[in-house]
Design a binder for this molecule. Structure first.
Ligand code: COA
Length: 180
């Protein structure tokens, strides 16, 4: 199976919803992470699609701006791969590629709620052990965080909330403050 990773195409949004229903089930929007996304757009520059040679959508990943007690961060998800094509490296490619893009774009902290066995190889650690919490129920072992740059998690703890402003990577926020 060959596939290519591309920035999310305009038509992918309409295909993505049924893909998410097929992979997560129809009750997916009841999850706590969906509360953090309500009324907020995914980060366009971190939305990627895995596409087949014929252009078909095989998988997708998105990220959302969040805040950890005021500190900007990003929330990974949903990540989905067409069920018949799972286990062929598409998910791993989407995660690795998008985390590299997030680093390049200046993001410093990434949170995910997902299978720890899947995310640990990317460097994710327990978010609860780090002192983070979510504003709703979550299985603690699935709640994870990644420092995209060294030291980004130092003195960062508290409740995760919806972003109050459009995505502002920490470094850019500091820059704006210093020139204000
Ligand atoms: C989870 C999901 C995105 C993984 O994508 P995928 O393309 O099937 O996974 P990959 O083929 O890239 O797997 C990469 C590695 O993770 C392993 N893996 C795959 N799914 C796994 C899981 N649920 N738990 C642990 N390891 C897993 C694979 O064995 C592979 O290991 P290897 O590199 O040592 O061979 C996909 O299976 C999916 O859409 N599942 C349903 C929705 C879901 O659970 N999404 C994630 C929630 S955050």
């Amino acid at each position: 199976m060959t596939f290519t990773l591309v920035p999310e195409r305009p038509d992918d949004a309409a295909l993505n919803a049924p893909l998410l229903d097929r992979t997560f089930g129809f009750d997916r929007t009841r999850r706590t992470v969906y509360r953090l996304r309500e009324g907020i757009e995914p980060l366009a520059e971190l939305s990627f699609s895995a596409v087949a040679d014929d252009g078909g959508l095989l998988g997708s990943i998105r990220y959302w701006p969040i805040e950890i007690a005021g500190t900007p961060a990003i929330l990974l998800g949903p990540l989905a791969v067409e069920p018949a094509l799972q286990g062929q490296g598409i998910g791993k490619a989407l995660v690795g590629y998008s985390l590299d893009a997030a680093r390049r774009q200046g993001h410093e902290i990434c949170v995910v709620v997902g299978d720890p066995n899947y995310y640990r190889p990317f460097g994710f650690i327990s978010a609860a052990a780090q002192g983070l919490s979510l504003p709703g129920p979550v299985e603690p072992e699935r709640f994870q965080v990644l420092a995209l740059v060294d030291g980004a998690l130092e003195e960062v703890y508290g409740v995760i909330a919806r972003s109050r402003t459009p995505a502002a990577p920490r470094s850019r926020r500091r820059l704006r403050r210093s020139v204000a």
